[in-house]
Design a protein. Sequence first.
Length: 698
Amino acid sequence: MEPLYQYAWLIPVLPLVGATLVGLGLLSFNQFTNRFRSGNSVFIVSLIGAAMTYSFALLWSQLQGHAPYTQIIEWAAAGTFHLNMGYTIDHLTALMLVIVTTVAFLVMVYTDGYMAHDPGYIRFYAYLSLFSSSMLGLVISPNLVQVYVFWELVGMCSYLLIGFWYDRKPAADACQKAFVTNRVGDFGLLLGILGLYWATNSFEFDVIGTRLQDLVQSGSISAGLAALFAVLVFLGPVAKSAQFPLHVWLPDAMEGPTPISALIHAATMVAAGVFLIARMFPVFEGIPIAMDVIAWTGAFTAFLGATIAITQNDIKKGLAYSTMSQLGYMVMAMGVGAYTAGLFHLMTHAYFKAMMFLGSGSVIHGMEDVVGHDPAYAQDMRLMGGLRKYMPITAGTFFVGTLAISGIPPFAGFWSKDEILGAAFTANPIFWAVGWVTAGITAFYMFRMYFSTFEGSFRGNDSAVRNQIKAEKLQSLGLAFGPGAMNPQELMVASDHTHDDHGHDDHDHPEQSHSHAPHESPLTMTLPLLVLAVPSALIGLVGTPFHNYFEEFIHPSTEVVHEVVELGAFDWSEFLVMAASSVGIALIGITLASLMYLTRKIDPSAIAAKIPALYQLSKNKWYIDDIYNAVFVMGSRRLARQVLEVDVRIVDGLVNLAGLVTLVTGEGLKYLENGRAQFYALIIFGAVLGLVLISGVT
């Protein structure tokens, strides 16, 4: 059994080897490497498949009761300072390894169909492999320094993948926005790590938690300072997991290809933040202020994301705000002390959200032959409708994901979300109320998305809808802040041509379309959807409250726990009341969505007209992007102009003045320094005479 653990470092190394070899091939033998598209993709998918198999073996070993395993080497030492590197395999690590590798494997299989005609096909696979390797390295890291190294690698890979179509302005802007926003959180994380090391002289998770509590209790450091360090560390997950106020990068990240959207939103970048909170839980749980900050941040983010999602027409951006909201649930769970509930929702969400993002990519792929490659048309749900009869597999799997995220039993999301709501109610009824209302909103916007996309009649050939979308697009291009913003001079060009979703120039006119109806995606795209539908529907059964195998695995059962279970301590009445309330609010949301977007008995536009302020608040994303634009973007530009004025008028002025003085004095002195002794004697005589006259006067 030990060799299985001794070579666990191969799990992140295998995809790294694939990315390195393919990347070197692209750099050194570009044309030759690009000829073997299928060979390169099979190579990379095989390596992540091997890592997935190894991860399942480790998970099975941990399920059988194998003790946690840590391998450490000393990487650097100076005096009393020692920095270790290595890897650790415990229950949390084994679980995360399986989640990351399974989702990454299925995303890579799906990519073969989705990116089949893209000229950057092989480069995309290399980036995906590097991204997966970075996340796997983060998961097995035994200390904060190693976590930070892989944390930054994950951020770098997200920059490369969000901006994969870098010749498109929206994609270029989106990856820069993601990079800058995450640097804010990462700077806070770095300060927190350094502060914790200064206080505890350690980078190890358990050691930091124990020593920090001892220092606070002994009065060596104040509780406020300890809370400050913890909150600074939390800033890292705030950015990575798109929590308010650093959430603004996540919806714009949809400018990347859909497979990377699925990987980011399910198992890599956004999961990294929640994973770090879980790893740092021994530190956070002893600091009540930090736990409160985490809980309130998560609760507000969950509500914020849900309220914005209800007005989104772009199918991918609707799912992006949904991810933001669900991450808020996870963070809130961690903040109220429901450690296993947050991780349980992380696991269930990874599978059903990956499936829905890949499903949205399947929809876009099917729509492109009808409406063209421009994302403004191919991703807008107003041009969809009735796709279930054209794309039955995509529709069926998407419906499973919709039921799961809406919290309908027995699908996965019901069990994990209900556990969070129960823990929130115990900790603070306000958190439960926020989560409960958010659950209803979630069911509403998800079924709005499903009905608008897959039910009713197909609207892809409706010229009136096309014209409406085109008008909105031109308006947003001229006025909006963020990806896609253009100068007014560019609007005429934008109205005639757009850079399509796959890097080709394409017209917006319907006569460019090749079909009047969408089509189902190829097997390489539908097979991952079918596979992901299984855990989306059933994996929640491992965490039922009456026998929570998931909690027993994450927190191994003790004799006391077994004794409580045998005494029948599980309260069925409490469970049924909580479950009925959460399912009830979800059914209300589903009913409203069906009345508005399925049967059309209620006109959504009429409701929006009656509450224009709330509608515009949601439509404009609570104006947070506009505030950031005014304060940070325009503020930075004003500051830069003022600094430029200081530089030109004062700094350059002083330099120029010094040069002028030197020039003038040099010109004057050259007439005095002529080399004639008589002239020098005359000057001396004049100076002496002047001194005599002055002394005589005084």
